[in-house]
Design a protein around this ligand. Structure first.
Ligand code: FMN
Length: 357
C-alpha cells in the first residue's frame, strides 16, 4: 500500500489510535528486518558529537516512543538516533483523551499527552530486553518528573530516573519544557535550573562517567531568559542543548478551531520559532556544547535550515507523521544535495554557517 493511501486510512482514525497502531507495528520489526529495510545514509552525513557517532544528523524526537522501546522498528525508518521518553519515576496515565489532535492543512499537531508512561523501572526493563542488534545508533532517554511531585522535590524525580535508566542509555535528556505538566516549565528559571542540572550532572557522572547529559528547552521563553537558561545549563554541566519542545503559541493558526485545543503545537508552524531558538542557542553556546535542533523539520530544507542555524543534530516527530515511512530517507537524500549546492563536504562544516555568512 502506498503511503498517501495508508495515511488517508490512518488519518480517519482518532490521532492517538492511529499512532498506537503504527507504533504497535514497529514493535513487530526484528533487527534482521530493520537491517534490510534501513537505507544507509551517505558517509558525508555522518556526525560525531558528545563522544557519540551518528550516521546522519536526523533522529527521532522524544514522545513517539514513551518507553515501549520498539528500537528495531524505529531504527528501520533510518533515524540515526532514537530518543525514548519522557519517562517519569512512577507510572502515570497522562491527561484524559482526546489529547492528540491533527491540523493537516498546516501539517501540525497539538498534544497534551501529559507524560503518559509506564515508569522508569518498566522502561528500563524493556530497553534491557531489546536486542543489542536493534540499536543501530545512539539511544537517548528523556526524563521528567511525575505530575504529583511538587517542584520543590522535582530533583529527586530526575535523579531516580537517572539511577533507573542510565545503564540503558547512550545519552540522557533533562526535559523541563513540556507544556503539559503543570509548573514544569518553571524549572527553566535560573535558580531552579542550576540546582537541577548540577544535581543531575553530578549523579550521572557518578553512575555513568562520560555519558552526555542534555537539556531540552521550550521555544516560548523570552529571548533573554532563553539565553540565560543556555548559560546556566552549560555552566552547570550539560553536554548539549535540545532546542526546542512544542510551543504554546499558535503562529498563523488563529482561525483554526483545532488550534484552540490546549497543549503544545508541533510541526510546520513551529519551524521558524524553533530555528530561531537554535540560532540563539548556537550563538550563546559559542561552541562550548552542540545544539540539537527540533521543531517543524518536515523535509530536507527544514533540516538544513536547522544545521545552518547551528544544529549539529536534528530531530523530528511531526514530520514523520505527515511524511510517512520514507521521511528519513528523503531528508537524508535531500541533505546530500543541499550540502553540495552550498559547497560543504560534511555536516560539521555547515553547522552554524548562517552565522558566518
Ligand atoms: C504527541 C507528541 C508527544 C510528545 N511528547 C514529548 C515528550 O514526552 N517529551 C519531550 O521531550 N518532547 C515531546 N514531544 C515534543 C517533540 O519531541 C518535539 O520536541 C516537538 O514535537 C517539535 O518537533 P516536531 O515539530 O518535529 O514534532 C512530543 C511531541 C508530540 C507531537
Amino acid at each position: 500500500m502506498s503511503w498517501p493511501l495508508l495515511r488517508s486510512v490512518l488519518f480517519h482514525l482518532d490521532a492517538e489510535n492511529a499512532h498506537r497502531l503504527a507504533h504497535a507495528a514497529f514493535g513487530l520489526v526484528t533487527p534482521g528486518v530493520a537491517r534490510r529495510q534501513r537505507a544507509q545514509p551517505a558517509p558525508s552525513l555522518a556526525v560525531e558529537c558528545m563522544g557519540l557517532r551518528f550516521d546522519s544528523p536526523l533522529g527521532l524526537a522524544a514522545g513517539f516512543d514513551k518507553g515501549d522501546a520498539h528500537l528495531a522498528g524505529l531504527f528501520a525508518l533510518g533515524f540515526s538516533h532514537v530518543e525514548i521518553g519522557t519517562i517519569t519515576p512512577r507510572p502515570q496515565a497522562g491527561n484524559d483523551r482526546p489529547r492528540l489532535f491533527r491540523i493537516p492543512e498546516a501539517r501540525a499537531l497539538v498534544n497534551r499527552m501529559g507524560f503518559n508512561n509506564a515508569g522508569a523501572e518498566v522502561c528500563s526493563r524493556r530497553l534491557a530486553a531489546a536486542p543489542r542488534a536493534a540499536r543501530f545508533g545512539p539511544v537517548g532517554v528523556n526524563i521528567g518528573k511525575n505530575k504529583t511531585t511538587p517542584n520543590e522535590r522535582a530533583v529527586d524525580d530526575y535523579l531516580a530516573c537517572i539511577d533507573a535508566l542510565h545503564a540503558q542509555a547512550d545519552y540522557m535528556v533533562v526535559n523541563i519544557s513540556s507544556p503539559n505538566t503543570p509548573g514544569l516549565r518553571a524549572l527553566q528559571e535560573k535558580g531552579a535550573l542550576e540546582k537541577l542540572i548540577r544535581a543531575c550532572s553530578a549523579r550521572l557522572a557518578e553512575r555513568a562517567p562520560r555519558m552526555p547529559l542534555l537539556l531540552k528547552l521550550a521555544p516560548d521563553l523570552e529571548p533573554e531568559a532563553f539565553d540565560e537558561a543556555v548559560d546556566v545549563a552549560i555552566d552547570a554541566g550539560v553536554h548539549g542543548i535540545i532546542a526546542t519542545n512544542t510551543t504554546l503559541s499558535r503562529p498563523g493558526l488563529d482561525a483554526n478551531p483545532v488550534a484552540r485545543e490546549q497543549g503544545g503545537l508541533s510541526g510546520a508552524p513551529l519551524e521558524p520559532l524553533a530555528t530561531a531558538c537554535v540560532g540563539r542557542a548556537y550563538a550563546r553556546a559559542r561552541g562550548r556544547v552542540p545544539i540539537v535542533g527540533a521543531g517543524g523539520v518536515m523535509d530536507a530544507a527544514g533540516a538544513w535550515a536547522k544545521i545552518r542555524a547551528g544544529a549539529t543534530l536534528v530531530q523530528a516527530y511531526t514530520g514523520l507523521i505527515y511524511g510517512g515511512p520514507a521521511f528519513v530517507r528523503r531528508v537524508n537524500e535531500g541533505l546530500v544535495d543541499l550540502m553540495a549546492r552550498d559547497g560543504f563536504r560534511s555536516v560539521a562544516e555547515a553547522v552554524g554557517a548562517d552565522h558566518r555568512a
